[in-house]
Design a protein around this ligand. Structure first.
Ligand SMILES: Cc1ncc(C[n+]2csc(CCOP(=O)(O)OP(=O)(O)O)c2C)c(N)n1
Ligand SMILES: [Mg+2]
Length: 570
């Protein structure tokens, strides 16, 4: 492709060609003088849409949500100065959760580097050093000052982005330079694929049931089917970490093997299952503290095996792989008798593990927070109404706070749907951009679940969903507070004061007035919720339901609950 006006092929034209060849169909960003050439280049490619967001944080979470929901790569574009700085929080989220994202960041022309140019971030002459800053929130960061280096930098960035965000800093003159190289699609890059022999061997020695804990790498490497096959071969129970709820069957009918979620917002049955297991197999998770809480004792008493791109935070027999789909396929072949373990003369014949047994039936369990007596729709009742209303295939993205914990704990994943939550940094306001990005990637109804505090941070990104007429339903839980912080004040600071309650607002009415034509309502009674949800979900475009709830209700969050009274079999 070439510039539609001049017919000459610029660096930006080459970049968009490479992205399109990589399977990217949308890039997300906010325009500005030092990124407008990239928007110009994208305009001349029919297969690439440059989406205009309202804030760079949300543009970057759009890229993150786009990739997490299955697209090959999330791409965000931002201009220099303040625009670029707005990316940092979102890239930090993508880095911690290892989400493949490429950030293309404009900079002022190089001729003025270090000489007081507007928004200088060259690091020269006392200016902010963007390369140092973005290196800290990415797995790869290069400032491209020579147009001849773009091809190498782009190839390296695309290869590195498999492990997390990559950043290219692109001064305006470099973007506008004529691209001299060939218009190729770059070389394919090799990915380390772990051979799971040692895990197969240990599984053969295992005695008792197997519990699998699956993590976000299963989603990243699109290995859900392979995980399900492994589960069937091992007749294992599967739990997921909280930010990978959608990688294994949801608890409930048709999925008796699913134990639910691990960790702070998790289900007590996971610890019970581990205690009764002969071995635990971690698939694609490092099991960070939020995912491990309450499980340390049970895990310490078991052999722990791990397959994934990074070793877990607890001691285990770990096999490294950057492609879980391929490694799980190998493991399944070996365990099911259709492959061989190893390749030498000493290699074991493949066979199913004998000592592995089918676990006793374990009932699904829930945390039970103290009953809340005051006003407001209860989180559990609201999640039950959502569970009844959301059809199969609906994608769900969840934000932070008491609202987020309740959704993770109570709301099952839809069959065939995605369930995304950002627990890497747990940054409020993630869900708005991420939900919009998911909707662009998957093209069907996405439900964003967020608290009023998260809404006040980044909820205005709703405007982008309206602009692009996306089938996005925003379900707000309005407790007129940063309620998770209210709960902490009550439980840990003797309830003597509150910084965290807000002046009340009516978000549904407010949004309906602000965006004429947007269906947006406030719901204060549980009886009215099913109809309000159904109406919102039946819309073709965006819609909003704001649920009035209470900052005094304690959510299903283990650190807030007394373990003794905390759970009951349901
Ligand atoms: C960007 C950011 N700032 C601060 C926090 C700390 N924090 C965690 S939950 C929370 C309150 C969330 O309020 P809201 O979205 O209304 O949800 P609620 O807890 O009220 O259900 C805060 C301030 C955070 N997670 N992210
Ligand atoms: Mg709130």
């Amino acid at each position: 492709m070439t510039n539609g006006q001049t017919g000459r092929r610029r660096v930006v034209d080459h970049i968009v060609d490479r992205l399109a060849a990589h399977g990217v169909r949308h890039i997300f960003g906010v325009d500005g003088a030092n990124i407008e050439d990239l928007y110009d280049a994208a305009h001349f490619r029919a297969d690439l849409t440059a989406v205009l967001a309202k804030h760079e944080f949300s543009a970057a979470t759009m890229a993150d949500g786009y990739r997490r929901s299955g697209a090959p790569l999330g791409v965000v574009a931002a201009t220099s100065g303040g625009g670029s700085l707005n990316l940092v929080a979102a890239l930090g989220e993508s880095l911690t959760s290892r989400v493949p994202v490429l950030a293309l960041v404009g900079q002022p022309p190089t001729a003025m580097d270090g000489r007081g140019s507007f928004q200088d971030t060259s690091g020269l002459g006392g200016s902010l050093d963007a390369e140092a800053l973005f290196s800290a929130v990415s797995v790869y960061c290069r400032r491209v000052v020579d147009p001849a280096r773009i091809e190498t930098a782009l190839s390296e960035a695309l290869a590195a982005s498999r492990r997390g965000p990559a950043v290219l800093l692109l001064p305006k003159d470099v973007q506008q330079s004529i691209f001299e190289g060939a218009a190729g699609a770059g070389l394919p890059f090799a990915v380390p694929i772990g051979d799971p022999d040692p895990i197969a061997e240990q599984l053969r020695r295992a005695c008792g049931p197997v519990t699998i804990i699956a993590g976000e790498q299963v989603a990243r490497d699109d290995a859900r089917d392979e995980l399900e096959r492994l589960r069937a071969i091992l007749r294992a129970r599967v739990a997921t970490v909280p930010d990978a709820k959608d990688v294994s069957g949801a608890p409930g009918p048709g999925s008796s093997s699913a134990l639910g979620v691990t960790g702070v917002m998790g289900h007590p049955g996971v610890a019970e299952a581990l205690t009764a297991s002969g071995v635990c197999l971690l698939v694609g998770t490092r099991l960070p503290a939020t995912a491990r809480a309450g499980l340390d004792a049970a895990l310490a008493a078991l052999p722990v095996l791990s397959l994934g791109s990074e070793p877990p935070y607890l001691s285990s027999l770990h096999v490294h792989t950057d492609d879980l789909r391929r490694s799980l396929t190998m493991l399944n072949a070996v365990l099911s008798g259709s492959g061989r373990v190893g390749s030498g003369p000493q290699s074991l014949r493949s066979c199913p593990p004998d000592g592995v047994t089918v676990p006793d039936r374990i009932t699904h369990t829930e945390l039970t927070p103290p009953v809340h007596e005051g006003n407001g729709i209860r989180y559990r009742a609201a999640m039950a109404a959502l569970d009844a209303a959301l059809p199969d295939g609906t994608d769900i993205v969840v934000d932070a706070g008491n609202t987020g914990a309740s959704a993770i704990h109570y709301l099952p994943v839809r069959r065939g749907g995605r369930f995304v939550v950002a627990l890497g940094m747990g940054g409020m306001g993630y869900s708005f951009g991420a939900g919009i990005g998911m909707c662009f990637a998957r093209g069907h109804r996405t439900v964003i679940i967020a608290g009023d505090g998260s809404f006040f941070m980044h909820g205005m990104e709703l405007h982008t969903a309206i602009q692009y007429r996306l089938p996005v339903t925003v379900v707000l839980f309005n407790n007129n507070a940063h309620a998770m912080c209210v709960t902490r004040e009550q439980l840990f600071y003797r309830d003597l004061y509150s910084y965290n309650r807000f002046t009340p607002s009516k978000l549904g009415a407010g949004l309906a007035a602000m965006f004429p034509g947007l269906p947006a309502v406030d719901v204060a009674e549980i009886g009215a919720l099913p109809h309000a949800l159904q109406t919102a979900l039946d819309e073709e475009g965006p819609s909003v339901v704001s649920i009035e709830c209470s900052a005094d209700e304690i959510p299903p969050f283990a650190p807030f609950l007394e373990t003794k009274e905390a759970h009951v079999h349901v």
